[in-house]
Design a protein around this ligand. Structure first.
Ligand SMILES: *Cc1c(COP(=O)(O)O)cnc(C)c1O
Length: 460
């Protein structure tokens, strides 16, 4: 062991090597020295643990070079989503329409009229850029946008029901991944949760008997990521609105995913749209910008002007405010919706992927399988039928027929690891019955070439 420790090279010796010295033309000396020290230290520890370790100067130099080069690549980068999950929260939810990206770049690289009214030559409001569009598209009386839907829920509760009771059905006390749970948000916003009914059944009379002096809000939460089926009953929004109005209590619906088009036209299960909520009379509605709406991360609040005015003026709104880049992306996306449903389905990637015809996916899978077979030996690539899911807390029971390329030959976990760990563009597929599948629903046509290239490098 002592011999082995002694034969580890000195920092200065590694630093003198030609290949390591080359690094100094691109990276500061301390970065290189630090990397050498780290690698040597780690090898020293391994030797002390009795492990078998390479001690040659060349192998140390090799690791130093790899590490520095890997570290110099961006950490946040594009990936190819071959999971088939259209709204994958861990993969950044909605890819943006081209128009939104263009608008963001323009606003990002220049000054903008973010809060400047060019007609009047004085201070303006950042919300003006999207409020009219939102009103036109949804028929809402007023609109407000914030950082995300979690902020929207918090802000609505904190403004309209701080220190007061909010009535919610026990069947709707949702958790949306991680730390967003309705009872916890309620507490953080200073509201008192008044749960009514049971997990599977809540009646109008349950809501009515819970109304008291301290009731400030009736809240309906869309069960975005689960469904209660079987012996169930819930109260339609319309009936809650009638009840609320009888007692002078506003009704707020957290819709989760904001849908502007009816997805039944793509053969998907029914999912309420924003318009329907407003038409049913909800006084306030909120939803995400980057779920089924297909835009950037944002929380959109729609509803009665007198309530939204209060929400807008809540000092916490400033802490949750929407950023100018998001705002420009959102505006550009809304303008596509203004052109009508056809334009939206064609140009908003999320809607496009959800509505893509299965024959198109089959052709894409055949193309990918053919290209991969031509370029890579030792594996076979098979086109198979399967189902994709929507993900992102939307349409939890929907199953979309799809076509995948299955990679056969070798351990699927090892294949998956190699594809995921591409330093340039990682490819994330899904494992099913001990096979790695590349689902074509979430691989866009223009990504096919890159996908093939990445799989080729990974498996070679
Ligand atoms: C997704 C979701 C949220 C949280 O929205 P974010 O945009 O992720 O902050 C809140 N409520 C419901 C019902 C949701 O589905």
């Amino acid at each position: 062991m002592k011999d082995k420790l002694r034969s580890l090279p000195q920092v200065s010796a590694v630093l003198e090597r030609e290949d390591v010295r080359e690094l100094l033309s691109s990276y500061p000396r301390w970065v290189v020295v630090e990397a050498i020290r780290r690698v040597l230290e780690e090898r020293r520890k391994k030797i002390l643990d009795g492990l078998d370790v390479e001690v040659s100067e060349a192998s140390v130099a090799q690791e130093v070079i790899e590490r520095i080069e890997f570290f110099s690549l961006p950490s946040l980068k594009r990936v190819i989503n071959a999971t088939g999950v259209v709204l994958h929260t861990n993969l950044g939810r909605a890819p943006l329409p081209k128009e939104a990206v263009g608008a963001m770049a323009e606003v990002a690289m220049n000054y903008s009229n973010l809060e400047y009214d060019v007609k009047q030559g004085r201070r303006g409001l950042r919300y003006t850029h999207v409020v009219e569009l939102l009103k036109k598209i949804t028929g809402a009386e007023s609109a407000l946008v914030v950082n995300n839907n979690a902020s929207a829920v918090f802000l609505v509760l904190n403004t309209l029901a701080k220190g007061k009771e909010v009535i919610v059905s026990r069947g709707e006390l949702i958790e949306i991944g991680g730390s967003f749970r309705i009872p916890d948000v309620m507490k953080a916003a200073g509201s008192i949760l008044r749960e009514v009914g049971t997990t599977n059944k809540t009646k109008l009379s349950d809501y009515e008997s819970a109304i008291g002096e301290n009731t400030a809000l009736i809240m309906k939460v869309h069960t975005s990521n689960y469904r209660i089926v079987g012996f169930t009953e819930s109260v339609p929004l319309r009936d809650l609105v009638v009840l609320g109005e009888r007692y002078g209590i506003p009704v707020y619906e957290d819709l989760g995913s904001g849908l502007f088009v009816d997805v039944r036209r793509f053969g998907l299960p029914y999912e309420p749209t924003v318009k329907e909520s407003l038409r049913a009379g909800a006084h306030v509605v909120s939803f995400s910008g980057d779920k089924l709406l297909g835009s950037a991360q944002a929380g959109i609040v729609l509803g009665r002007e007198e309530l939204l005015e209060k929400i807008r003026k809540n000092p916490i709104n400033r802490a949750l405010r929407i950023d100018k880049l998001t705002l420009s992306a959102l505006e550009a996306t809304l303008r596509i919706y203004m052109e009508g449903e056809e334009a939206a389905v064609e140009r908003i990637p999320v809607l496009r992927m959800l509505s893509e015809k299965v024959e198109v996916l089959k052709m894409r899978a055949e193309k990918v399988a053919k290209l991969l077979s031509e370029r890579i030996g030792g594996y076979t690539f098979e086109v198979i039928e399967d189902v994709s899911t929507v993900g992102g807390g939307a349409l939890p029971t929907a199953e979309l027929p799809t076509f995948c390329v299955a990679v056969n030959g070798g351990d699927c976990r090892e294949i998956d690891r190699r594809l995921r760990t591409r330093p340039t563009v990682p490819v994330v597929g899904r494992i099913k019955q001990d096979r790695l599948l590349l689902d074509m629903r979430t691989v866009r046509e223009e990504e096919v070439e890159l996908l093939v290239e990445m799989v080729e490098v990974a498996l070679r």
